[in-house]
Design a protein around this ligand. Structure first.
Ligand code: G4P
Length: 285
């Protein structure tokens, strides 16, 4: 799935308004971010939109992220007093914890309903996040249904439906789609590395080179192991060439097929095949 949209100011305004409208219908917000890039995948505008409404930060794709970093990010959110949870929307790992957390953060709300004699009122939730972070997957996992795919186009109007989840929880079937933030170059790169924005900011070869540069710095052992290469004293491009040679990415005349090797590196990184890698650590934040 690619993100074939441009976030013009008009789009952003419309999106914001539609999210705000839907937010008024729910008791709790599930904010999805990517555990590999918790900072880059979070849109700061969300604070202003959600306000005081209970919120749970879901560190999704935790299965692709480094487990030590996962723990550190959780501690970071605990220190900030924000409820968070490690999640894998594909397998559904974390669902029970999410539901009990949702009950916890809405306790006051539920008590106030009870006091007013309103019984059996469901707790309503909505999912918010940038494109490709796993919103549809989470909705499908929570609802036990397949095939709910909402387009990433802003401003789509559809009739909202409530999906009954276990217990007394109901989920809005239309997620709030936030635009990614592009202000910092590294944020744009992180989004492109993980596939949140599909190769739009750079051509794939430059992107793959940038990724190799980051991997040399942060996870060289994993890369060396995966591709069985020696990287000592090599430049980024030489590392790419070594990987190309190993993988038989050679064109006529014995030259490296840079397109092919770039595709391999990006694809294997995105699928977690190079290893479980987190690109942002909380201490830098
Ligand atoms: P969205 O609605 O927020 O736009 O995201 P969506 O659910 O479509 O998920 C985007 C991609 O991420 C999908 O891959 C999906 O399978 C994958 N995904 C979602 N949650 C998780 C998770 O917790 N762990 C892992 N490993 N993957 C997850 P896809 O269908 O292959 O799409 P694409 O990668 O080709 O875009």
């Amino acid at each position: 799935m690619s993100m074939n949209i441009n976030w013009y100011p008009g789009h952003m305004k419309k999106t914001r308004e539609s999210i705000e409208k839907n937010l008024s219908l729910v008791d709790v917000v599930f904010e999805l971010i990517d555990a590999r890039i918790p900072y880059s995948s979070q849109n700061p505008i969300i604070d202003g939109i959600v306000g005081n409404k209970p919120r749970i930060i879901i560190l999704n794709k935790a299965d692709l992220a480094d487990s030590n970093s996962n723990k550190m990010w959780q501690e970071y959110y605990i220190k900030k007093g924000v409820s968070s949870i490690l999640f894998d929307a594909l397998s559904g790992k974390g669902v029970d914890k999410l539901l009990s957390l949702a009950n916890e953060v809405t306790l006051e709300k539920r008590q106030s309903y009870e006091k007013r004699g309103v019984i059996n009122r469901p707790i309503r939730a909505m999912i918010i996040g940038i494109p490709n972070v796993g919103k549809s997957t989470l909705i499908n996992t929570l609802s036990g249904k397949k095939g709910t795919k909402t387009g990433n186009r802003p401003g789509i109007t559809r009739t909202n439906q409530w999906i009954k989840i276990r217990g007394s929880l109901e989920l809005l079937d239309t997620p709030g789609i936030l635009w990614p933030k592009f202000e910092e170059e590294i944020v744009g790169l992180n989004l492109a590395f993980t596939g949140a924005i599909k190769d739009e900011i750079l051509d794939r070869e430059t992107l793959a080179l940038k990724l190799i540069e980051v991997l040399i710095r942060t996870s060289s052992d994993l890369m060396v192991k995966r591709y069985d290469i020696d990287i000592k004293g090599k430049s980024t491009i030489q590392v790419m060439e070594s990987i190309g040679e190993r993988r038989g990415c050679i064109i006529r005349g014995g030259e490296i097929d840079y397109t092919k090797v770039s595709n391999i590196i990006l694809d294997e990184f995105r699928k977690g095949i190079i290893g479980k890698i987190t690109l942002e650590q909380p201490e830098n934040r």
